[in-house]
Design a protein around this ligand. Structure first.
Ligand code: BES
Ligand code: ZN
Ligand code: ZN
Length: 463
């Protein structure tokens, strides 16, 4: 774990067990230059002697008459540099470090916190080390904001990483309820209440499991808020595929099929901590997609909350069914514009790979705002066409529509399906790729990434 603080001390004078100096290729930053001058060129000679090239993420630990220094190769993206630096520092045993100033210490700080994230709850032996990092050139209030953002990302990652036997729909609702302590209003509906509302699509997906579903509605409404943003997150705590069963390898990461919900909860947490001045609503239809004598079948016709009927042609296309009801409910609650996040289709991963989310919007301007928010947040999203010509792929011989198209354009037909259930501007982020990392990366370990939290926060701050 890493804790951050702002340092006003003179960098070279400060008494700290380790100081971090940065290099960009051959060039040192000002503190490194100053130290090198003070040491009569010893620093440069040591770097040259060790073959240090100043490549991104490259590091060299030096003991000098002026103390211990870690020289670290910066990269263009300061968040990524911070993430890699955190992982390097955690491999060394220094309890406290001071980092030299960079142009944007807050981007570096965000990377440091995200890169230091670990999920160790289920290990017998847990890493308990706390590393104190001081940043020169940073101010405490700015670091506080960075920490509050990271708290939301950590919250989302933890939820994704929790195993599905622990993080049931009820447990996800409990996690949402924990936000009450921060002033967020949280309402949880049980199976009876969900049935009474007429959420027939959501209920059908949930029916195969012994663990009952929960519908979660959140509201963060600070006094005087004028703008309002409604969020919807896919909340499948486990997706086996149902009778359209997934092969084991595909099921392996399906505890993460609630990553959209986790992003909504993480963003709510950060927004409340930050005291953002707008109203945020969040809606999550939480359930499991399992098999049993009660589970829904291929061929079932379901009545959604909106009144539209859906013929189920694949029980593994369950997310859109739960989202259809959650989206229509959000609109019923007065949503003016909706951002929805879901690990919705493998097709989005085929199209854009595991790092880039697919962005669909029913209104160009709304999509643009989400895209720009994501760019500021450093989360990769790319626009995809909501091609109306493919709407006919969803035509059913018996119901208003069916829940799958054919094999082609699978991410698009999924988005078109969702768009059937809302009239207000909808942005849909298919995060099936970036929500779950299959290996460690600059900003964190294998597992949940918390993708979406920072985009939501950027969007909320720009409304
Ligand atoms: N949860 C999956 C999508 C998914 C795939 C998420 C890979 C993360 C990684 C979703 O419920 C699903 O199974 N979608 C099907 C849709 C198909 C049946 C039309 C898919 O993508 O295969
Ligand atoms: Zn599925
Ligand atoms: Zn799913």
């Amino acid at each position: 774990m890493i804790t951050l603080s702002a340092s006003q001390a003179d960098f070279l004078q400060a008494q700290v067990p380790l100081k971090v100096l940065f290099a960009r290729k051959e060039a040192l930053l000002p503190q490194g230059e100053a130290l090198d001058a003070r040491l009569g060129g010893l620093l440069r000679r040591a770097l040259a002697g060790a073959g240090f090239r100043g490549e991104a993420g490259e590091s060299l630990l030096l003991a000098t008459p002026e103390g211990h220094f870690l020289v670290f190769g910066l990269e263009e993206d300061l968040r990524h540099a911070g993430g890699r630096l955190a992982q390097t520092l955690l491999r060394h045993a220094f309890p406290e470090v001071l980092v030299e100033p960079v142009e944007d210490p807050y981007a570096l700080a965000e990377g440091l916190l995200l890169g230091a994230y670990r999920f160790e709850r289920y290990r017998q032996k847990q890493e308990e080390r706390v590393l104190k990092v001081s940043l020169s050139g940073a101010e405490a209030p700015g670091l506080e904001r960075v920490w509050k953002v990271a708290e939301g990302v950590y919250f989302a990652r933890d939820l994704v990483n929790e195993p599905p036997n622990v993080l049931t729909p009820e447990a996800l609702a409990e996690a949402a309820l924990s936000l009450r302590a921060l002033g967020v209003e949280v309402e949880v509906l049980d199976e009876g209440a969900i049935a009474e509302l007429g959420m027939g699509a959501f209920l059908a997906v949930a029916r195969g499991s012994e663990n009952p579903p929960r519908f979660i509605a959140l509201r963060y409404a600070p006094e005087g808020a004028k703008e309002r943003l409604d969020l919807v997150g896919k909340g499948l705590t486990f997706d086996s595929g149902g009778y359209s069963l997934k092969p084991t390898e595909s099921m392996a990461t399906m505890k993460g099929d609630m990553a959209g919900a986790a992003a909504v909860l993480g963003a709510m947490k950060s927004a409340a901590l930050l005291g953002l001045p707008l109203e945020l609503r969040g809606y999550i239809a939480a359930c499991e997609n399992l098999i049993s004598g009660r589970a829904y079948r291929v061929g079932d016709v379901l009545k959604t909350f909106s009144g539209k009927t859906v013929e189920v042609m694949n029980t593994d296309a369950e997310g859109r069914l739960t989202l259809a009801d959650a989206l229509a409910y959000a609109e019923r609650q007065g949503a003016r514009q909706i951002l929805e996040l879901s690990t919705l289709t493998g097709a989005a991963v085929v199209a854009l790979g595991e790092e880039v989310a697919a962005l669909f919007a029913t209104e160009e301007a709304w999509g643009q705002r989400v895209r720009e928010a994501a760019r500021r947040a450093g989360e990769k999203v790319w626009p995809m066409p909501l091609e109306r010509a493919y709407r006919e792929k969803l035509k059913s011989p018996v119901a208003d529509l069916k829940n799958v198209g054919d094999r082609n354009g699978g991410a698009i037909t999924a988005a078109l399906f969702l768009a059937e259930f809302v009239g207000v501007p909808l942005a849909h982020l298919d995060i099936a790729g970036p929500a779950f990392a299959k290996k460690a990366h600059a900003l964190g370990p294998e597992g949940g990434t918390g993708f979406g939290v920072r985009t939501i926060l950027e969007l909320a701050q720009a409304l």
